[in-house]
Design a protein around this ligand. Structure first.
Ligand code: ZN
Ligand code: ZN
Length: 169
């Protein structure tokens, strides 16, 4: 972990600690560890993924604790939920407004860094709708680069196979 990243994680944990205090929720070492685990990943893990990781570090942690903590983090605005392909729910420690690309073949969710998709004008949106939207994220779906190259590879192999087959007599 780089110093810069470590510093950012510490800052986020401090914010989480404050939010917990304001809500009268104790910041247990388990909750802290779960939050840190989420902050150190950029692959938008499911609750189960986080659980697998935490279980190795703190063997006594239950799956329920992990699920509840992730729900708490979302509730306190310290994490966001990202819809996966199918009905899986993923979590993101990056709470900034950003878009996601979900591969419908491998299920991988990546942040869209150069989106070519404008982030919504929330002020105008709120004015029109009379609501108080705080974020916007567009979910782009399709086949990722890796899966596409695998597909191409498979196709090419098939053509080669056909070419090598003796001609029908
Ligand atoms: Zn893929
Ligand atoms: Zn993200």
């Amino acid at each position: 972990m780089s110093m810069d990243h470590k510093h950012k994680v510490e800052e986020r944990v401090r914010t989480f600690a404050q939010a917990c205090k304001q809500s009268g929720i104790p910041l247990t070492s388990q909750r802290r560890l779960i939050f840190e685990a989420l902050l150190c990943r950029t692959d938008h893990p499911t609750a189960d993924r986080i659980y697998q990781e935490i279980r190795r570090k703190l063997p006594g942690t239950s799956r329920t604790t992990v699920y509840r903590t992730l729900r708490l983090l979302t509730h306190l605005g310290q994490a966001q939920r990202v819809a996966g392909f199918g009905d899986t729910t993923h979590f993101d420690g990056d709470i900034s407004s950003h878009h996601h690309f979900t591969c419908t073949m491998c299920g991988r969710i990546t942040d869209v860094e150069n989106p070519g998709l404008a982030l919504a004008d929330l002020a105008a949106f709120n004015k029109r709708m009379g609501c108080a939207a705080t974020g916007c994220s567009v979910s782009v779906v399709g086949t990722c680069k890796e899966c596409r190259s695998k597909q191409k590879h498979v196709k090419r192999q098939t053509y080669d196979d056909i070419a090598q087959r003796p001609a029908a007599r």
